[in-house]
Design a protein around this ligand. Structure first.
Ligand code: HEM
Length: 502
C-alpha cells in the first residue's frame, strides 16, 4: 500500500514536469519560427530565463543591461516555460508599438489592479477604453488644470512645514514625506476632500492605499502571483484594504451628489462662503456622460480610484529624484534658484505660484525633464500584440508580450552622450531627434493622460522647496539602489540634507 502511494507521489510530479518540458519545447519551436531573427538567452525548460532575476530588485537593471550588451536593444526572454516577452529599448520599434492599434492592448498583468481600480482608464481595453479616454480628456485641459494650482499651493504649505522638521539633519530619506504629500494632493484634486495624509488624521485610508500599492508591487514580481494568489495572506490583506478604499470613495461620491443637488447651475461655481469653489475631477465625472447616459456610481469610483493610484507615487518618485539631483548638483541648483529669484524676488519664499510664474520656470522644466530621463517613475510598461505584424524579417505574432523599458532607452549612450551625467541643458539641443527615445509619460494614444497635471504639480512644488531650502547631499553620501518595480524606487532611500534659506 505504502509502495503504491509513494509511486503515485513520485510519478505525478514527474509526469507534470515531463509534460511541461514537452510543451515548452513546442513553444520554443513556435517562437523561433516567428522570431527567428530576434536574439536572446537560452531558456531553462521549467523557469525560462527567470532564474537570472532571482536577485534583489535593485540588481534587475544590471541584469537587463548585461542582456542589452549581449543581445542588443530588442531581445526575447522567457518568463516561464510557456510565456515569452520581447524586451524593447530600440526607439524605432518603440515608435511602432506605441503608435499602432495592433499593440494598444495591455498585458494580463494589469488584471492585478482590477480589485481596486476595476476597469478604469488605466486597466480597460477596446471600446470601453476609447469611450473613457474621449470622455476624460477634457478634464485634463490646461484651462481646467488652472483650478488645481490652489490645491498645490495650499497642500505644499504643509509639506514645507513637514520638511522643516528635518532641517540641519545630516541625512534623511525624503521619499516617504513626498509620497504622503502627493497623496494629499491627488485626494484633494480627484475627490475634493482632504485625507490629511501628511498630518496622519485619516490614517486608515492612507494605510490602505500604501498596503494595496505594496501588495501590487510584490504580486508583479512573485511566482505566487497567478492561480495560487488566493492561498496567500496578501490576498486577504488586499481584500480588506480595498474594502476600506472603496467605502471611502463611495462616501465621498455620495456626499458630492448631495452637495450638487443643493446648488443650482447658477451657483455651482461658489461654495458655502460664496467664494470660488475648488473643482475636483469628481465634479467633472458627475457631470459627464457617454452618448447622453451619465456614468454609474461604480464607473465614477473606478476612475477616481484610477487617478488616486496613477497620480500619486509616480509624482512622488519624480519629485524625490529631482530634489536628490538638485542636492547633488550644486551648479544646477544655483541656476534653478536664480530663476526663482528672478520670478519672485528674494524675499518671497511663501509666494503662491500663478500659471504665469510656472510658465516662466524654463530651467526648472529642463531639470525635471533630465530627472525623468535618468529616473523614469514608470521604468517599464507592457503591451500585448492583437494582430501579427512584420518587423525586420520577423513576424511578431498575435498574443506576444512586449516590454518597453524607458529606463534603458533613456540611458542609452547612442541616444544620449554621457548618459549617466545629469545635464539639464542637453534638452535645449535635442530638436530633430526621434521623440520616442524619451518616453517617461509613454507616447501615442495610450500615453499618460495626467502629464500636464503632473508637470504643474512638480514645478509648483519644487519652486516652493527651492525657495525655502538649500538642498545638500546627505552626509555621509548614500548611493541610490535603484529598483525598477511598478514605480522606480531607491531601496537605500533618497537621502538628502536641508538648510533653511534666510
Ligand atoms: C511624473 C508623473 C507621471 C508619470 C511619469 C506617469 C507615467 C505614465 C505612463 C508611462 C503611463 C503609461 C502606462 C502604461 O502604458 O501602462 C501612464 C498612464 C496613465 N497615467 Fe500617468 N504618469 C504620471 C502622473 C500621472 C498623474 C498625476 C495622473 C492622474 C492625475 C496619471 C494618470 C494616468 C492614467 C489614467 C493613465 C492611463 C492612460 C490610458 O491608458 O489611457 N498619471 N502614466
Amino acid at each position: 500500500m505504502i509502495g503504491t502511494i509513494t509511486i503515485i507521489f513520485c510519478a505525478v510530479p514527474l509526469l507534470v514536469i515531463i509534460l511541461i518540458i514537452v510543451l515548452h519545447k513546442k513553444f520554443v519551436k513556435r517562437q523561433s519560427k516567428y522570431l527567428k531573427h530576434v536574439p536572446g538567452p537560452k531558456p531553462n525548460p521549467l523557469f525560462g530565463n527567470m532564474l537570472d532575476f532571482a536577485v534583489p530588485s535593485h540588481q534587475f537593471a544590471n541584469v537587463l543591461e548585461n542582456y542589452i550588451n549581449q543581445y542588443g536593444m530588442i531581445f526575447q526572454l522567457f518568463a516561464g516555460p510557456l510565456s515569452s516577452a520581447l524586451i524593447i529599448s530600440d526607439e524605432k520599434l518603440i515608435e511602432y508599438v506605441l503608435s499602432s492599434t495592433k499593440t494598444i492592448e495591455k498585458t494580463d498583468h494589469y488584471k492585478y489592479f482590477h480589485n481596486w481600480l476595476g476597469t478604469g482608464l488605466f486597466t480597460s481595453k477596446g471600446a470601453k477604453w476609447k469611450e473613457r479616454r474621449r470622455m476624460l480628456t477634457p478634464a485634463f485641459h490646461f484651462s481646467i488644470l488652472d483650478h488645481f494650482l490652489e490645491v498645490f499651493n495650499s497642500v505644499s504649505y504643509i509639506f514645507i512645514k513637514q520638511l522643516e522638521k528635518h532641517e540641519d539633519e545630516d541625512s534623511f530619506d525624503i521619499y516617504p514625506l513626498v509620497s504622503l504629500y502627493t497623496l494629499d494632493v491627488i485626494c484633494e484634486a480627484a475627490m475634493g476632500t482632504s485625507v490629511n495624509a501628511q498630518t496622519g488624521s485619516n490614517s486608515k485610508y492612507v494605510q490602505s492605499v500604501k498596503t494595496v500599492c505594496a501588495i501590487l508591487t510584490e504580486r508583479n514580481f512573485s511566482p505566487l502571483h497567478t492561480c495560487l494568489y488566493p492561498l496567500t495572506l496578501n490576498f486577504y490583506r488586499e481584500r480588506s484594504a480595498v474594502r476600506v478604499l472603496h467605502s471611502h470613495t463611495d462616501a465621498v461620491i455620495d456626499r458630492k451628489i448631495e452637495q450638487m443637488k443643493k446648488y443650482d447651475e447658477k451657483n455651482e461655481e461658489l461654495n458655502d462662503s460664496g467664494t470660488k469653489k475648488r473643482l475636483a475631477f469628481l465634479d467633472l465625472l458627475l457631470k459627464s456622460n457617454i452618448d447622453g447616459v451619465p456614468l454609474t456610481r461604480e464607473d465614477i469610483r473606478e476612475e477616481v480610484d484610477t487617478f488616486m493610484f496613477a497620480g500619486h507615487d509616480t509624482v512622488a518618485s519624480a519629485i524625490s529624484f529631482t530634489i536628490y539631483n538638485l542636492a547633488n548638483n550644486h551648479r544646477v541648483q544655483q541656476k534653478a534658484f536664480k530663476e526663482q529669484i528672478e520670478i519672485f524676488g528674494s524675499n518671497k519664499k511663501e509666494a503662491r505660484s500663478t500659471t504665469e510664474d510656472l510658465q516662466k520656470m524654463k530651467y526648472l522644466e529642463l531639470v525635471i525633464k533630465e530627472t525623468l530621463r535618468l529616473y523614469p517613475p514608470a521604468p517599464l510598461f507592457t503591451r500585448k500584440v492583437t494582430e501579427d505584424f512584420e518587423w525586420e524579417n520577423s513576424t511578431i505574432p498575435k498574443d506576444q508580450y512586449l516590454v518597453i523599458v524607458p529606463y534603458m532607452t533613456q540611458r542609452n549612450a547612442e541616444y544620449y552622450p554621457k548618459p549617466l551625467e545629469f545635464i539639464p541643458e542637453r534638452f535645449l539641443e535635442i530638436d530633430g531627434t526621434n521623440p520616442y527615445r524619451y518616453i517617461p509619460f509613454s507616447a501615442g494614444p495610450r500615453n499618460c493622460i495626467g502629464q500636464k497635471f503632473a508637470m504643474l504639480e512638480m514645478k509648483s512644488t519644487l519652486s516652493k522647496v527651492l525657495r525655502s531650502f538649500e538642498l545638500l547631499p546627505s552626509n555621509p553620501h548614500q548611493e541610490l539602489k535603484l529598483a525598477p518595480e511598478i514605480i522606480l524606487v531607491s531601496k537605500s532611500g533618497i537621502n538628502i540634507s536641508l538648510k533653511k534659506r534666510k
